[in-house]
Design a protein around this ligand. Structure first.
Ligand SMILES: [Zn+2]
Length: 492
């Protein structure tokens, strides 16, 4: 029942604006315009393998941003209200507020001038950038301007490579759920993903770059002003998206999604498509992927119990035939971790006589998800439902092993406080990256009615996280800290 809405593919035979086979030659000088006024520079802007580099002076003198130059580090820092951009001569990595981003071209020195990739800098600063292939013009449109400052001076070197096309984008389609499917053929490496923060003029933008990737002839020919732009209404995830051949050498296909506030996204890749999804999930399957927004159930927390003890059900994720996520190179399986932490947590919790713990599994077996739900709804031998349900998992994102951190999921409103309490405990206990408390309709937390959470303690696909997850000492500490947070939650 997935109706796919195709993007607009206008066959505009007249407008062959941007091909993808090295159309741009390095010897041509592009003209630079700011709000319609041509900018004159002592050193001409250059195009290096499809990327326009301009003298740093343009950023300070013409665009009016504060620029600092560290001669020793060969590093320029461009400052805007809450944004700092660090660019280093010869380095293809730029930093925005200390988060690293890959640049299509390294800043370089030309005639003693620092040349920086104008599109990257402009997009981070919230300027609109348009490239006119026909006339070789870069058009910049300003947001609000801060005050100007002087320019630096300097020395060293950059580097080039030949354009290779290994993959071809065959279609960009939006599903009914608001996920973006980017179909491709050929061999595709991991997408490069960066998030540009919202500013006065732009919403937050998710930028996905596919390296060594072109478009089919039809898609490339349908570009208007070098891109296809789609504006949307009524989608929870985004207000629109656009895609273009961002660079012709190296060949980079770029997809930009205009995100709505506070949306969680995931970018994953299969053998035939790159999926930008907004269900907030990586490997666990929500029981109802089409309706993952939680239904507010006005049951306040913490639980009230007539009993003298609180019954906590701990659910060690996966087990038996289902190993869950794995890290092959380290020989680790999620089911081993979940059981190990569950048993340690049980031991810690039972130090408190006000708490009784029940396990959905205590060995390497696999209870079905529906059995786990039934267990929590009517604990065998107790004859009532649990007061708290905790499902323990580890995450995985194999296409990007750099993804790491801790997240906590809840579904019903009555579980939010529990989620926040245990999440804080995990973050301070392990110190892994904070991927926040999120909502998703996983069966075990959706179909149970007591406060219920699902913990994704860390990413097994990330070597550093995986080592923490399987460290006995860290597990013991986490069990202790989680138990303490639950005692605090239950006020026992
Ligand atoms: Zn899992």
């Amino acid at each position: 029942m997935k109706k796919i809405i195709s993007s607009l593919f206008i066959v505009a035979g007249l407008f062959v604006l941007l091909g993808y086979a090295g159309v741009v030659s390095a010897s041509t000088t592009p003209k630079l315009f700011m709000d319609g006024k041509q900018l004159v520079t002592d050193v001409d802007p250059i195009i290096k393998q499809g990327t326009t580099l301009v003298p740093l002076a343009v950023i300070s003198r013409d665009l009016g941003y504060e620029v600092k130059w560290d001669n020793k580090a060969q590093q320029a820092t461009v400052l805007d209200k809450e944004t700092s951009i660090k660019l280093t001569i010869g380095q293809k990595v730029g930093y925005v507020n200390d988060k690293s981003y890959e640049l299509s071209q390294a800043p370089s020195l030309v005639k003693n001038r620092t040349m920086v990739p104008i599109r990257f800098v402009s997009e981070v600063l919230g300027l609109k950038v348009e490239w006119k292939q026909k006339t070789f013009e870069v058009l910049l449109t300003s947001p609000v301007k801060p005050t100007p400052t002087p320019t630096p001076t300097l020395p060293p070197t950059p580097t080039p490579t030949p354009a290779v096309q290994e993959a071809t984008v065959t279609g960009v389609v939006l599903s009914e759920e608001g996920n973006l499917h980017i179909g491709y053929t050929g061999t595709l490496g991991d997408p490069k993903v960066m998030l540009l923060p919202a500013d006065a003029n732009n919403p937050a933008r998710l930028v996905v770059d596919l390296n060594n990737t072109g478009y089919t002839y039809e898609l490339a020919n349908s570009f208007i002003k070098g891109q296809t732009e789609v504006t949307l209404n009524g989608y929870a995830s985004m207000t629109g998206y656009r895609f273009s051949q961002f660079s012709s050498n190296p060949l980079v296909a770029r997809i930009v999604v205009l995100l709505n506030d506070g949306v969680n996204y995931q970018v994953s890749r299969s053998s035939s498509e790159v999926l930008i999804s907004f269900n907030g999930e990586v490997h666990e399957q929500p029981s109802d992927p089409s309706g993952t927004s939680p239904t507010p159930t006005p049951t306040p927390t913490p639980p009230a119990t007539g009993d003298s003890v609180y019954h906590i059900v701990l659910d060690a994720g996966h087990g038996g035939k289902d190993p869950g996520a794995s890290n092959e190179s380290l020989g680790l399986m999620e089911k081993t971790f979940t059981l190990s932490l569950t048993l340690k947590l049980k031991q810690q919790l039972e130090q408190n006589s006000k708490v009784k713990v029940h396990l959905t599994r205590s060995d390497d077996t696999y209870p079905e998800l529906s059995e786990r739900v039934a267990f929590a709804q009517n604990i065998p031998g107790v004859g009532k439902k649990a007061d708290v349900f905790i499902s323990i998992h580890a995450n995985s994102f194999k296409t990007n092993p750099a993804v790491n951190g801790t997240e906590t999921y809840y579904y019903k409103e009555n579980s939010k406080q529990l989620a926040q309490t245990v999440h804080s405990a995990m973050i301070s206990s392990l110190g892994l990256a904070d991927r926040k408390v999120k909502t998703a309709g996983f069966k075990v937390i959706k179909e149970t009615t007591m406060p219920a959470v699902l913990l994704e303690v860390g990413f097994l696909s990330n070597t550093s996280d995986a080592k923490v997850l399987f460290d006995e000492e860290k597990q013991n500490k986490l069990a202790k800290d989680l138990a303490a947070s639950l005692f605090q939650y239950l006020n026992v």
